[in-house]
Design a protein around this ligand. Sequence first.
Ligand code: GP9
Ligand code: MN
Length: 671
Amino acid sequence: MKNNIKNPFNYFTNIINNIKNFDYRQYTKTNILFLTFIISNLINACLLRFFTVHNYFELRPLIADITFLVLIGAFAYLFKGKKQYRYFLAISILLTLICIINSAYYNYYTSFTSFSLLSTLSQLAGVTDAVSKNVLSIKDLLFLWQPICLTVVHKKLIKKNYYHRAQKIEEKEKRFSRTLAFSIVAFAIFFITCSTTELSRFYKQWNREFTVSRFGIYTYQVNDLIKTIHSSFASSFGHDKALEEFNEFYENKDKKVIKNKYTDIFKDKNILMIHAESMQKFPMDLSFNGKEVTPNLNKLAKEGLFFSNFYAQVSTGTSSDTEFTLNTSLMPINNGTVFVSYWNRNYISLQKQLKKSGYYTFSMHANNATFWNRLVMHKQLGYDDFFAKDSYVLDDMIGLGLSDVSFFNQSVQKIKEISEKHDKFSGTLITLTNHTPFYDVSEYTNLDVTMKYKITNPDGSMSDATATYLENTTLGSYLKSVHYADYAIGEFISALDKEGLLDNTVIIIYGDHDARLSYDDYIKMYNYDPSTDTILDESDPNYVDFDYYKYELNRKVPLIIWTKDQTIGEEITTAMGMYDVLPTMANLFGFENSPYALGHDIMNLDDNLVSFPNGNWLTNNIYYNAQKDEFSLLNDTSVASQEDIINNSKKADEMLSISQSIILYDLLKDK
Ligand code: GP9
Ligand code: MN
């Protein structure tokens, strides 16, 4: 050994000789359980990528998976004989669970799970029906073959007296240290050969699909565990650096308030905002045999201000993330959920700004007050009152709770009382019925989705179709449910009008996020051939390829600002995110915007940057896919330089980073 240190050349020659003289047969014979553990868990890791990010044959995640398994498997050498099996089984169960949970999670969120979401788990209880119907599938249970296989191999080895034989031959400590050293060196090489983008995304862990597709599921999950633990202690680390970045960002930010023809057009009017559950924009373009799916939304959009290129910017907090981003003009956090995990921070919100202008603010939602931690978080956002389930008579239940029609009906009476007590008010009404899995509403409204209908193709052209296949599909149920939600909004507006509550009031309707419909359903809808009652073949010239970009763009949601008093009739097509709502409202209603808003008054912009929590972003002309580091041009005339992509990606990352710091380190405290 001494000699080796003195002469490194000898040391390496020894290693090479050892490798050359290595007895592979002997090694395999005495490491059957170890190899079974590695190979079977590797198959599961590939299977998971097959079900999710689809890159099961790529080399890098494969190397990361093997290295991780060798590293964790090495510790088995510290145990004797059959105890090794117990160790392998315990780890295997853990790894199998990671695969099952991530596979199921991906079905619903198209992303991977995080330990930081454990605190959000309780929220799932409220939508259990949605979870059981949409999330768990048989394929998620396929991973269970692994611990079964390990046990079968173990039983066979007992019969063959393997443990006794192997124990005699193997030198435990040597095998442990060599295997460990091998995996550490392999990991070091793996990380040294990563690109800077890979390393930066691995560190930030915002783009989980990207991380899994490059680093494999196991390395991702361990990294996630470390990040979650680190975040829990974050307030003691990294605060100063974050504050420095925060100060720099806002010092360089343009603080000029630009007036435009929309400034103050709704000054001092009452505000009623409808948070429309899972309302996407595309049903507004659909009609069945001349019957519109959303006649009320279409009418309001025509008469009011219609923002037709508007996107939710949600992470795993879905409804609550939209509430957060709309009200604060900050991005949601990707480590946990702001409403659940960071409710005790200070935020500058729409409600607080409105209150400075003399508004009374309230929220209404007929679900449990604790769902998404709203009971606490609505107070923190500055709502004066929150009318939740216990303020309503549960006289008409659909799916998750009180029907939208009854909710709105009862809310009108409450709004009437509010209007009598307060000069100016602003309220948010959160709907519930149009929640996945889109319950049967045929008793209430009837949208016959088997009729002939017209569709707007993604390229803007129109075609006829007869949709017999839509019955009993999620998309069919969704459209029926949307029709009901639209009907309920129509009834609400009529009831407000009857009570004289529409005078001096502005209605704002926004879809809170997309409905997570499947690619298959869209492909069917856009490629249905009524003449044959079949789906067009991919080779057909009329086949519409509903790819990743079309899917992402189709996730847009409506934003409508309407008042009975003024007919504006304008469509704003500039790309817009949920974080642009607060600055835009501040201009329209003449109140002070949050100085920390990341969004902009859309009325001042010709183009805009909408960033998403996974690192994706879009402008009027480009959609950038951070997972693949590639983009799609959205118009025939659009061009994009490498510089545009780099600059916008940098800005999008910066907004995520600043929001993360504000939330994590409570940087708006004392502001
Ligand atoms: C329930 C509702 C649904 O109260 O807001 O939340 P979501 O599942 O859409 O996040
Ligand atoms: Mn929602």
